[in-house]
Design a protein. Structure first.
Lengths: 417, 90
């Protein structure tokens, strides 16, 4: 290939690429900002999600200007800007079908599709997880992302064939989903093969819907009139509303009661707070200082979503006394603002080591008494530890203020004199 | 290697192939569509998947994307080459 031919080829390539950017690339980028904001703000955490949302606002402000410009200058009737209104309507259903297709898996295998919606909603609004106040905005964001993905299909592809839909939405999107969610989002969760297979199934259902919508509009819709057309609209509206409606219904009737009963069972575990290490004499100068250790746990439990969680406690106040021969020789207290918790870990890879470490949490308690009380004490001396611990137990959904008591006759351990 | 690696990759490959079977009935694809699929898959790999691979290595989740991407590129190339000709010649 000589230089002239190479230059001509390169010029054609650049011209084609530039044409693609003008006809589809910029439009695709503007319409995909909801998905990009989720990826950058929640998964990859490049910027906080509420700031990433600014890109959506800017994109949707720029969109009408870009569409208007391209409609004026474009001579290509196949360019997506000329069909955007149809695509926007077509795109309402595929995202909803993506979720509706997973409803049977909830009853078959206990899969819960709306769990990430709490994360989306909480990141946007700051509302607590597991509440209606995070579920509703999360549902809206999820619907927006589904609409955005479908719009991307209609804009990117010249031919809206079934194979293009399945390759783009059914395989490309689902395989990206299969990577991103377990790697960056599913903290404390297992992602078995079944979860991935259901993900693919839902995306393929979405792909089929994206393919069907233009076919329905061009072939079936003109044949409908009056009652049949109203019924079709009603059916489509029902499909669009079902994901949110089902999630709210199931959250109210099943999720919240289940989570509350799990929390109560965890709060009522026997021996949740007990003495681990008996008292030891730490130092004697003007006062005698002692230390003993309480152990809180086991803390791990699985919530309604089968997500591993730590039972939290904040704050923790411990008071107590050390006695010897019926006399109090020291008074004890400790205060912990909040225990270390795996629940605060946001990266799935870092969760499990922290979760294993926090199954039991040691709470050292310092005691102080007059130096004379320690005068006739040594390792092995009989002492009695009386303690009480007040704390607010924090489960997945509920909180409960509890007080634990202990009275432990024991022997003084060797310590630092 | 994660014991769940091959079960996950095997099941995903099976589901992907099953999903492609109905597309044999409607598989018209233009050259630009093939180009889109061939370009978007590796570009997404580089931007979204490769950073994680460099940090944690290839695991069953990154392999899931690789399998899907390989299938997309292969099917796109073969489909365009062997699809029935349309009046436009594509």
């Amino acid at each position: 290939m000589d230089a002239t031919c190479m230059r001509r080829t390169a010029g054609q390539l650049i011209s084609s690429l530039w044409g693609w950017v003008l006809e589809r690339g910029i439009l695709y980028a503007l319409l995909e900002t909801p998905v990009l904001a989720i990826m950058g703000g929640i998964f990859y955490r490049v910027v906080p999600y509420r700031y990433a949302l600014i890109t959506i606002l800017l994109a949707f402000m720029a969109l009408p200007f870009w569409v208007s410009y391209r409609r004026q200058v474009s001579m290509n009737r196949d360019e997506p800007v000329h069909h955007l209104h149809k695509y926007a309507l077509y795109s309402l259903l595929p995202g909803a079908v993506f979720t509706v297709a997973r409803i049977p898996t909830h009853f078959l295998w206990g899969l819960i599709y709306w769990h990430p919606w709490y994360d989306f909603g909480a990141e946007l609004t700051g509302a607590p997880l597991g509440q209606y106040s995070s579920l509703f905005p999360g549902a809206l964001l999820n619907a927006l992302q589904g609409w955005s993905i479908a719009m991307g299909f209609y804009v990117l592809f010249r031919r809206h064939s079934l194979i293009n839909a399945v390759l783009y939405i059914g395989i490309y999107d689902s395989s990206l989903y299969s990577y991103v969610f377990p790697t960056y989002s599913r903290v404390g969760l297992q992602s078995p093969p079944l979860w991935h297979a259901v993900d693919v199934w839902a995306h393929v259902a979405m792909a089929f819907t994206a393919w069907v919508m233009p076919v329905f509009h061009s072939r079936a819709w003109p044949c409908l009139a009056g009652v049949s057309r109203a019924a079709a609209v009603a059916l489509m509206a029902a499909i669009v509303l079902t994901p949110t409606g089902f999630a709210f219904w199931r959250a109210t009737t099943w999720q919240f009661p289940t989570d509350e009963s799990i929390d109560q069972a965890t709060f009522n575990r026997p021996g949740l707070m007990a003495m681990k290490d008996g008292p030891s004499l730490q130092a004697v100068d003007l006062d005698a200082r002692y230390k003993f250790t309480l152990r809180f746990g086991p803390r791990g439990f699985n919530n309604y979503f089968r997500q591993a969680r730590d039972l939290d406690a904040a704050p923790v106040r411990v008071t107590g006394t050390l006695s010897h021969d019926g006399r109090i020789i020291a008074w004890c207290s400790t205060y912990v603002e909040r225990l270390e918790s795996a629940n605060l870990v946001i990266a799935p890879q870092q969760f499990w080591p922290v979760f294993r470490r926090t199954q039991f949490t040691d709470i050292p308690v310092q005691c102080m008494g007059p130096a004379s009380g320690a005068a006739d004490l040594g390792a092995g001396s009989e002492v009695t530890v009386q303690w009480s611990a007040q704390m607010t137990l924090i489960g997945d959904r509920e909180r409960q203020t509890r007080e634990f008591f202990g009275r432990d006759p024991t022997q003084l351990s060797p310590g630092r004199p | 290697m994660d014991p769940g690696f091959w079960p996950q990759i095997g099941l995903l490959t099976l589901v992907f192939v099953l999903a492609l079977i109905p597309t044999l009935a409607n598989r018209h694809m233009e050259r630009a569509d093939r180009t889109t699929l061939i370009v978007i898959t590796p570009v997404t790999f580089v931007i979204a998947v490769l950073p994680g691979v460099l940090v944690w290595g290839i695991n069953k989740d990154s392999a899931s994307y690789i399998v899907g991407g390989f299938l997309i590129v292969t099917v796109a190339i073969l489909n365009l080459r062997f699809q029935p000709r349309t009046p436009t010649g594509d």
